[in-house]
Design a protein around this ligand. Structure first.
Ligand SMILES: CC(C)(COP(=O)(O)OP(=O)(O)OC[C@H]1O[C@@H](n2cnc3c(N)ncnc32)[C@H](O)[C@@H]1OP(=O)(O)O)[C@@H](O)C(=O)NCCC(=O)NCCS
Length: 157
């Protein structure tokens, strides 16, 4: 079952995220978080959500893409699954639920940046109706220069 996250889920969400902060280039944060309460406070009102599965083995977010008001029908999406739970369909289930909610809310474009390489994320986004629109080269440095491929998704017609 997929549901909206509550503050009680924050320790599990933070553990998942901090793993990828420490051990991957999937996120460009460099230091793990002790507390994500401030981050979580930006979510809750449509169309900005944090969704989790019942066991909180993963979470998906829809976030502000750019703050200027003409961007308000676009959201940036992201998804993280605990390392011990990847490859079991949890990312797909979280994203399917999130995208259905965003379609229902009338969001016009979802966009996602994927730091390369990331075969699993490319496969997940492609399977969920995103298409690649371009790659920024060497825009991040996390032990090495990292390219970021941008993907976008329009709601189904
Ligand atoms: C990317 C991530 C969220 C995918 O979640 P997941 O639960 O492992 O993926 P799923 O099992 O739901 O698989 C989703 C799709 O991707 C494919 N896939 C999964 N892992 C893959 C891999 N390593 N290589 C290629 N394809 C892969 C699956 O076959 C599936 O396709 P299908 O639905 O058409 O059969 C997860 O691997 C993860 O958290 N990675 C680290 C953090 C990260 O990179 N987040 C994304 C930031 S942009």
């Amino acid at each position: 079952m997929i549901r909206l996250a509550t503050p009680d889920d924050l320790p599990s969400i933070t553990t998942i995220y901090n793993h990828y902060v420490r051990h991957s280039h999937a996120t460009f944060d460099l230091e793990p978080f002790a507390d994500r309460a401030e981050w979580f406070s930006h979510y809750g009102a449509a169309p900005f959500w944090v969704l989790v599965d019942d066991e909180v083995t993963g979470y998906a977010t829809s976030s502000v893409f750019r703050t200027k008001p003409a961007y308000r029908s676009t959201v940036e999406t992201s998804v993280y699954v605990a390392p011990e739970a990847v490859g079991r369909g949890i990312g797909r289930a979280l994203y399917a639920d999130l995208l259905a909610r965003l379609d229902e809310a009338g969001v016009h474009r979802c966009v996602a940046g994927i730091a390369l390489p990331n075969d699993a994320s490319v496969a997940l986004h492609s399977a969920c109706g995103f298409r690649p629109v371009g790659t920024f080269t060497e825009v991040g440095f996390k032990g090495r220069w990292v390219d970021v491929a941008w993907y976008e998704r329009a709601p189904p017609r």
